[in-house]
Design a protein. Structure first.
Length: 305
């Protein structure tokens, strides 16, 4: 990691969480004794590791706690996450870094103290954690639109359960489906998800959640898809060079709408996307990457990028 003999070298432990098999489960990188590493360098290390999370272990602020832990994805820092907490606890214990070798201890994270508990059994050492208290957020009224975003009908949703944002450290939108068949039929279709992605980021930002955190949650949660993983960062920083500009995208939208008319197939999502692209051209953004449709929506919502 270092280039000169005067620089400190750090060991990075790579572990697999939520599994008993090597090269399975959820990968995690753990940097022990991370004192002296600036936050921006932690972020660069996490980007270099290029796995879902990398944790950095620091001295605790409170003497009775085992450690302070900072959690980074390749894109941003998180205040809390599940498998990084469990994996870091396991590494600390197995490396003999928990005071007194205690199986119950506390990790300090961005959301506050997180208690963890180890259990020895026939299958080896297993750790549990206590999540921060759950916080319930906005209830989303547009149930039909939410179902449509998943490729489902409103009847596939449980009618008595609201669609609601909830968080124990990272906000998620919870949509309760009627049965396992609805779960199996749910899809992440690119254009639908693109709309939900932009709207979700703006809703999060207006609710006081940083845009970077909202994007990161989507990239590393069940809503994740290649479209969000590779297009999401364009929402945060418009590239100077367009990968696929507005004009080219609108050409494809027009062709799709024409084909829909000929085949008598409704394409409402495509038509709405085309309207956003038309608005982008009207703002003089026709040569920019089509991710600029987010800026069109942000302009309508009165949010400054």
């Amino acid at each position: 990691m270092s280039k000169g003999p005067s620089l400190k070298r750090y060991t990075i432990h790579v572990v697999d969480v939520f599994t008993e098999q090597p090269l399975a489960g959820n990968q995690l990188a753990v940097v022990l004794d991370a004192e002296g590493i600036p936050g921006d360098v932690m972020q660069r290390i996490a980007k270099e590791m290029n796995i879902s999370e990398t944790t950095f272990v620091l001295a605790p602020n409170e003497a009775g706690n085992a450690a302070r832990v900072r959690i980074f994805t390749p894109g941003s820092e998180l205040p809390f996450a599940g498998h990084p907490t469990i994996g870091t606890a396991w590494v600390l214990f197995t490396e003999g870094l928990v005071p007194g070798g205690a199986l119950e201890f506390v990790l300090e994270e961005g959301v506050g103290p997180v208690p963890v508990r180890g259990e020895r059994g026939a299958e080896g050492l297993r750790f549990w954690m206590t999540h921060p208290s759950v916080k319930f957020g906005e209830v989303l009224a547009a149930r039909a639109a939410a179902a449509d975003a998943l490729g489902l009908k409103e009847k596939d949703l449980l009618p008595e359960v609201p669609i609601q944002v909830a968080s124990t450290g990272g906000p998620f939108v919870y949509v309760a489906l009627r049965d396992s068949s609805a779960v199996d039929r749910a899809i992440s279709e690119k254009e639908r998800l693109g709309k939900v992605f932009s709207e979700g980021v703006l809703l999060a930002e207006k609710s006081g959640i940083a845009r970077e955190v909202a994007v990161d949650v989507m990239v590393h949660s069940a809503i994740a898809s290649p479209m969000i993983q590779y297009r999401g960062p364009f929402v945060l920083q418009q590239p100077e060079e367009a990968w696929f500009d507005v004009n080219m995208m609108q050409k494809d939208m027009v062709l799709a709408m024409e084909l829909g008319r000929k085949l008598n197939v409704p394409v409402p999502t495509t038509a709405l996307t085309n309207e956003f692209l038309t608005a982008a051209r009207g703002m003089g953004w026709e040569k920019q990457d089509f991710a600029v449709v987010f800026d069109v929506l942000a302009h309508m919502a009165g949010v400054q990028k």
